[in-house]
Ligand binder design. Structure first.
Ligand code: 5GP
Length: 184
């Protein structure tokens, strides 16, 4: 059985870039693909980044108790398919990229989950990164910054906090945490 790693961090903190590096170094790590009702971004592939589903499909999955956890975020649903996580854990370590509410809900069910929080180097840098994405209005950026503040207040409940100042260094710290867990 592998271990379950949960990575959280505000929108724009660079989680997916860091995770890409981590997973390129450790191809044995498996990414848990969440279901969401939000629209795909241009570079996103169904079944790779998310399962993009309708509200009806999501509600059906809730009714079938198919989620390890699920939560509403930015007016959309996000959920971790339970069966997929169980099957992947049989093959090795699994990484979930989910926000704090989901992270704590998973930990309530699986106390052995390892929670890692990624922090931005500064609020100014987070705002700059959000703006450079180009897919967010001023109003959405303000909402995301508010949410980021709340998420960052949760960091003391995580097992590890890493700062994404340099992608390479941040990925290295996460790889180190995983390597330490390997030895336990
Ligand atoms: P985005 O829309 O930018 O891909 O993700 C928005 C937020 O939803 C991120 O903080 C991400 O970690 C979180 N998220 C992604 N998948 C899940 C999930 O399955 N469950 C929960 N609770 N949060 C998720």
């Amino acid at each position: 059985m592998g271990k379950l790693f949960i990575i959280s961090g505000a929108s724009g903190v660079g989680k997916s870039t860091v995770l890409k590096k981590v997973m390129a170094t450790r191809p044995d790590l498996q990414f848990s693909v969440s279901a969401t009702t939000r629209d795909p971004r241009p570079e996103e592939v169904d079944g790779v980044h998310y399962y993009f589903v309708t509200n009806e499909q999501f509600e059906k999955m809730i009714a079938e108790d198919a989620f390890l956890e699920y939560d509403g975020h930015n007016m959309k649903w996000y959920g971790t398919p339970a069966k997929q996580v169980e099957e992947k854990l049989e093959q090795g370590h699994v990484i979930l990229d989910i926000e704090p509410v989901g992270a704590f809900n998973v930990r309530a069910k699986r106390s052995d989950a390892i929670l890692i929080f990624i922090e931005p180097p500064s609020w100014e840098e987070l705002e700059r990164r959000l703006r450079s994405r180009g897919d967010t209005s001023d109003e959405q950026i303000a909402m995301r910054l508010e949410r980021a503040k709340w998420e960052t207040e949760q960091k003391s409940k995580y097992d590890y906090v890493v700062v994404n100042d340099q992608v390479e260094a941040c990925a290295d710290q996460i790889l180190h945490i995983i390597a330490q867990a390997d030895m336990k």
